[in-house]
Ligand binder design. Structure first.
Ligand code: DGT
Ligand code: MG
Length: 394
């Protein structure tokens, strides 16, 4: 007998970059559970397990209807034994005991709190937990000296752990555009990351900056940062310069996952009036004058800050500068989702003998780089159907 649902199942391709994944998710009860286990694995230095849970969750996100019976999962890709047990538990008991246990565990709670500090990764958090530090208070009371990023992260902890809205992202986009236009007229700025995929909130705002004339973008970042700093828009920034040209191992084979663009990790000071200000200006490049944020000195106690009596809010912002010749690769590489990117690279390597990075695409069979000036061309080089940003939410 032919079951309609099984027909649908049998056509789910195994790589996330072959699938169209919108923000509409019919299986959140399962994907939330699997994502939490993925997060726990990643925070515990078990990346392999983390990816397995992420792949299972991503596959379920691509289904067009809710899963109500394990039988519907027969023949579907990306589901390992562990993920299937979690799904079965949720189907039978309404929740996964492993997920509930993890959520309650002191270790997971401490890892979440500590890695919630900008500048603190899983390894640092792990080390602190082994010393008995489980909370922000315990960290502050400890003798640990924090680096500049972590100090800023702790100071703006509440703001940075509150999701950024699209409106806030747009307001920051106007400020960044103003900065870029002031220091290099003709430069182009593009919203990337989750907001480009249509998400309504994010943990940060990401922008890609380029100039249509190759080479004009060189040295741009320090100028943009100076402009922003002079106007009081930056609470923290760390710029890493472009190391792409100096690398020995070739652009498509970076020695780590980090790419080599000139990049600025920052914490923006977004004034409240700028958040509403987006309606007053027509376009990103409009030249009407911007109000400079009031340089309010320290507002005093933590409790004052927590009550949010300050007329501004701290927001994580990432800026990336790319030469126009690499723009399409940078755009594709920085739009996400993270799993979609990982799957694109896996597809390129395993299925096409190519190496994809945010800088270039290298064909190992032909021993040459494949040029592209649009995302569409990169998908075509990879032998993939074009997937627009709004359907890359794997
Ligand atoms: P969010 O901000 O949590 O709402 O979600 P996303 O999707 O904006 O994630 P985010 O901001 O961490 O990163 C945006 C995309 O940029 C992500 O899909 C992967 C990419 N990306 C982030 N960091 C790096 C990096 O260091 N190198 C490269 N090549 N790509 C990165
Ligand atoms: Mg982002």
């Amino acid at each position: 007998q032919v079951d309609e649902s099984k027909e649908v199942e049998s056509i789910v391709p195994s790589y996330a970059c072959q699938r169209r994944t919108t923000l509409e998710n019919h299986n959140t009860v399962f994907t939330d559970a699997l994502s939490l286990l993925a997060e726990n694995a990643e925070l515990s230095d078990e990346d392999g397990r983390g990816v397995a849970f992420r792949r299972a969750a991503a596959m379920l996100k691509a289904l067009h209807s809710p899963v109500t019976d394990l039988l519907q999962l027969r023949g579907l890709p990306c589901l390992g034994g562990h993920s299937l047990r979690v799904i079965k538990d949720v189907l039978e008991n309404g929740a996964s005991s492993e997920v509930e246990f993890t959520k309650q565990s002191e270790r997971f709670k401490a890892l979440k709190v500590l890695t919630g500090i900008f500048g603190v990764g899983a390894k640092t958090a792990e080390r602190w937990i082994r010393e008995g530090i489980h909370s922000l208070q315990q960290l502050q009371d400890s003798a640990h000296t924090l680096n500049r990023a972590q100090q800023a992260g702790l100071e703006h902890y509440d703001d940075l752990n509150q999701p950024v809205t699209k409106a806030e992202g747009d307001a920051i986009g106007e400020i960044v555009a103003k900065a870029v236009m002031s220091v290099l007229p003709g430069a182009q700025i593009t919203l990337i990351g989750g907001f480009r995929r249509g998400k309504l909130t994010g943990h940060d705002v990401d922008f890609l900056i380029t100039h249509p004339e190759e080479g004009r973008e060189v040295g741009l970042m320090p100028k943009v940062v100076s402009w922003l700093e002079s106007k009081g828009f930056l609470l923290y920034q760390k710029t890493t310069r472009n190391s792409y040209l100096e690398s020995k191992d070739g652009p498509a084979r970076p020695s780590s996952n980090m790419d080599r663009f000139e990049r600025c990790f920052s914490i923006f000071k977004l004034p409240e009036d700028e958040k509403q200000g987006t309606k007053q200006t027509e376009t990103l490049t409009d030249t009407c004058s911007l109000t400079t944020p009031s340089l309010v000195k320290d507002e005093g106690s933590e409790s004052t800050k927590r009550a949010n009596l300050k007329p501004w809010r701290a927001v994580r912002v990432d800026l990336v500068v790319s030469p126009i010749s690499q723009f399409a690769f940078a755009l594709l590489g920085w739009t996400g989702s993270k799993l979609f990117e990982r799957e694109l690279r896996r597809w390129a390597g395993h299925e096409k003998a190519m190496s994809l990075s945010s800088h270039a695409l290298y064909d190992n069979t032909q021993s040459k780089y494949l040029r592209a000036s649009s995302e569409e061309e990169i998908f075509a080089h990879l032998g993939l159907e074009y997937i627009p940003p709004s359907e890359r939410n794997a």
